[in-house]
Design a protein around this ligand. Structure first.
Ligand SMILES: [Zn+2]
Length: 67
């Protein structure tokens, strides 16, 4: 077992919310409402309907900008 540092980014699940939010390496969600420390990142499709809509929109905008 090894903990990666800096932490990864990705979709994460919080008990407080039923949706997945996308967390940046800083620990902040893209929608700006949540913060967590990477222990709950999960594999998820970026466009899954159950994901937070604001996070999805911002992630997509960021991916578009990176092209
Ligand atoms: Zn979100």
């Amino acid at each position: 077992m090894s903990n990666e540092f800096p932490p990864k980014e990705g979709w994460g699940f919080l008990r407080q919310t039923r949706k997945l939010h996308y967390f940046e390496p800083s620990g902040e969600s893209l929608c700006g409402h949540w913060f967590m420390l990477f222990d709950n990142l999960v594999e998820a499709r970026d466009d899954a309907p159950s994901n937070c809509a604001a996070c999805r929109r911002r992630l997509k905008a960021r991916q578009e900008a990176a092209k």
